[in-house]
Design a protein around this ligand. Structure first.
Ligand code: BG6
Length: 459
């Protein structure tokens, strides 16, 4: 076998509570910002499909876990819904405890290692109304919630992930208008980013103090930044994009400190968040055991060519422009670039500059619009394009591992086609297709292929 992976490699997929559970108003769950946003602005959501219409994991988790096993999963990530576990922000909902206990136990009984996230974009409305991540009160509330989760489920959860893609919460909610509360302002965005990393660090500190058997980490969407050319102005543009979108989270999570260049840039422009003296020691305690990497596409940048108006509010975009590199390979079924080598570059960068931290690919995947067009007469989606996509990424991962990177697994986004924030079901990503009318699940060709790869631990 040409591409054999290390013993014990994690093969599986990822999902999240809000995108798969359904039962949005059942089992004692309170509203999240997504339930609320859909009520007030349904037109923001593709085909006006909101977060109540998912793949019903809440009811069908046993069937789904059986399917995971059938397609070779030895690990799976989902998240706990904070709004389900603590609907009033203080008390624990016993129905939710039973549900998450059942899910975790069923995974383990089926030989699937549970990776559990604590926050995947789904802020309880209750905390959002008190300021969400803008407020320090939410940081304290999250730390309490994390401690409750560790005490309830930590005896069985092998890997905890404090946050999923915190930068997306910042970009979407405070800079570029694609997540609630769709506000705008860089200083607020920086405060939100800082508060999430404080909350992360409190959770890590608490987890370590409990001396539980598993590991704790964070999931970051690392987007390697490539300059248009080696001209110093393009190199600088790329360096700054990397600072804002990767290193603002990666450095504190792995090194326990913010990059000095980022701090001085924000200071120079009077954009530093408010912090307390003891916060930096707390950030230093937030170093993870395991890093989850979500990789979809690279960022290509060039030096800014068009001038910024002197009254324009401060933005990362002051320092660079996106660069549409001629000839880059695009996903023909959704407008994202496909650059498989990016996964290798990320892993080598972690090897060389981040102490070769233990990591795994926590999301990678190919969104496809109108995937029904690939259903064959036998009823199966023949997604050969997804098989190629995964295989080419695995080859680059394999090369990085051969060269010493500590990459421990690969999770596809996602298991069953799921509801996806404002895109709803526009882009299908799963190993398994979902009929929205009947909820019937059908394994795609890629699911069968992946089962073989997992069984052989390579291809
Ligand atoms: C990741 C998120 O950013 O990308 C997922 O962790 C999300 O929650 C996935 O669904 C795919 O993005 P999109 O925009 O196609 O739904």
């Amino acid at each position: 076998m040409k591409y054999r992976f290390p013993e014990g490699f994690w093969w599986g997929s990822a999902s999240s509570a809000a995108q798969s559970e359904g039962a949005a108003q059942q089992g004692g769950k309170a509203k999240t910002i997504w339930d609320h946003w859909f009520e007030i602005e349904p037109n923001r959501f593709h085909n006006q499909i909101g977060p109540a219409q998912t793949s019903t994991f809440y009811e069908n988790y046993r069937q789904d876990i059986q399917l995971m096993k059938n397609i070779g999963h030895n690990s799976f990530r989902t998240s706990i819904s904070w709004a389900r576990l603590m609907p009033d922000g203080i008390n624990v909902n016993q129905e939710a405890v039973t549900f998450y206990n059942n899910v975790i136990d069923a995974l383990i009984e089926n030989g699937i290692t549970p990776f559990i996230g604590l926050f995947h974009f789904d802020m309880p409305l209750y905390w959002q109304q008190k300021g969400g991540w803008e407020s320090r009160e939410t940081v304290e509330a999250y730390a309490k919630y994390a401690e409750i989760c560790f005490n309830l489920f930590g005896d069985r959860v092998a890997c905890w992930m404090t946050f999923n893609e915190p930068v997306v919460v910042v970009e979407g909610g405070y800079l570029y208008d694609f997540h609630y509360p769709n506000k705008f302002g860089f200083r607020m965005a920086a405060q939100v980013a800082f508060h999430m990393m404080l909350a992360h660090s409190l959770a890590v500190r608490c987890y370590r103090s409990l001396k539980l058997p598993g590991r704790i980490g964070i999931v970051l969407n690392l987007t390697p930044s490539y300059p248009r050319s080696q001209h110093p102005a393009d190199l600088k543009a790329s360096f700054i994009a990397d600072l804002f979108f990767n290193r603002a989270f990666l450095d504190p999570a792995v090194k326990g400190a913010y990059p000095a260049e980022l701090v001085s840039l924000l200071k120079e422009h009077d954009q530093l968040p408010v912090y307390q003296a003891e916060d930096l020691a707390l950030i230093a305690d937030g170093k993870v055991d395991l890093l989850g990497i979500n990789y979809y596409q690279p960022r290509r940048v060039k030096a800014r060519m068009t001038a910024i108006s002197p009254d324009a509010p401060f933005m990362p975009d002051w320092f660079f422009e996106n660069y549409e590199m001629p000839g880059r390979k695009m996903n023909p079924y959704r407008g994202w670039e496909i650059y498989e080598k990016g996964i290798y570059d990320i892993l080598i960068n972690l090897r060389d500059h981040y102490g070769n931290i233990d990591c795994y690919i926590s999301e990678n995947g190919m969104g496809v619009e109108n995937e029904e067009r690939f259903i064959a007469d036998d009823g199966q989606v023949k997604d050969d394009y997804r098989i190629d996509f995964i295989r080419e990424h695995l080859k680059w991962m394999h090369k990085a591992i051969q060269e010493g990177a500590h990459c421990r697994g690969y999770h596809l986004w996602t298991f069953i086609d799921n509801w996806s924030w404002m895109n709803a079901y526009n882009n299908r990503y799963g190993f398994i297709s979902l009929d929205l009318e009947t909820q019937v699940r059908t394994v795609k060709k890629s699911g069968e292929w992946f089962a073989e790869v997992s069984r052989n631990n390579g291809f």
